[in-house]
Design a protein around this ligand. Structure first.
Ligand code: PGA
Length: 263
């Protein structure tokens, strides 16, 4: 696990943008796993800027979103379909046919989940998976107690998640969807690289448990400790409960020095 600590949300967004650009320049038909929520918005803004100002090309990129609510239509203002359209898809040149978001209105949800996994396999797997983390340690909607080997399926949202998400539904808990389709922890772990972003004090405990706690289904993000290429890119506030902050910073400085020397 590589832990990178930056001073602010702005800086993690910029660094994440640089990482995605690097991956995209190396592989124009990059298979990108995408996340929603407030955290990746800064990254998407960076990518939109890179597309507009430098012509960063998304024409061959294939995307798979982690999750989508069940029970609201794709056209709902708070659906993840709408979110992705608003923050990224309508602003870069990724073909709609290359984008995949779980279909919350499909009749046979179980079959759909199998199909979604099949689509990921058919393009050769996800190259780079962007992740956020819930205050309870979830990734995607894999809530605490999710199997660390789980695949794409329906999950019921945890009460702590519902509470956080009421902010997007006008503060009304009753209107927040209670279920979602989500890639499983096992699905996420098959991505060739994972990039988890977190910002702010509210994420500090979840980050400490994810990075330095035991690997446990109680903290689904802790499964990333077993991932061969996971980067945890966080700001100072989200890092504030980590025990080995100095080591992570020193390790990152040395890596930058090594990269600069090899140029
Ligand atoms: P947030 O959500 O980015 O809105 O904090 C992250 C998550 O719940 O995975």
């Amino acid at each position: 696990m590589e832990v990178i600590i930056k001073a602010s949300y702005d800086e993690i967004s910029k660094e994440a943008g640089r990482m995605v650009r690097k991956a995209l320049l190396k592989k124009p038909n990059l298979v990108l796993g995408l996340a929603t929520g407030s955290t990746p918005i800064g990254l998407y803004n960076e990518l939109v800027c890179m597309h507009k100002e430098e012509g960063l090309d998304f024409s061959q990129v294939v995307t798979f979103n982690l999750d989508e609510y069940v029970g609201i239509p794709a056209s709902h203002p708070e659906s993840y379909h709408t979110f992705m359209e608003r923050h990224l898809f309508s602003k870069v040149n990724v073909p709609t046919s290359n984008t995949h978001i779980p279909q919350n209105t499909t009749r046979n949800l179980e079959k759909f989940c199998e199909w979604y996994e099949q689509q990921i396999r058919e393009v050769g797997g996800i190259d780079l998976q962007i992740l956020g983390i819930g205050v309870n340690g979830h990734i995607g909607f894999n809530e605490p107690s999710s199997s660390l080997g789980s695949r794409t399926r329906i999950k019921t949202l945890a009460p702590s998640t519902l509470k956080v998400h009421t902010r997007d539904f006008g503060g009304d808990l009753d209107t927040v969807p209670k279920m979602a389709i989500t890639m499983g922890v096992g699905t996420i772990m098959e991505a060739k690289q994972c990039l988890l972003l977190a910002s702010g004090k509210s994420k500090a405990q979840a980050i400490a448990r994810c990075v330095e706690g035991p690997i446990t289904a109680e903290v689904p993000a802790s499964a990333l400790q077993m991932h061969p290429k996971a980067v945890i890119l966080i700001d100072e506030e989200a890092a504030s409960q980590l025990k080995r902050i100095d080591y992570y910073k020193w390790g990152y400085e040395n890596k930058l020095r090594l990269e600069a020397d090899s140029l």
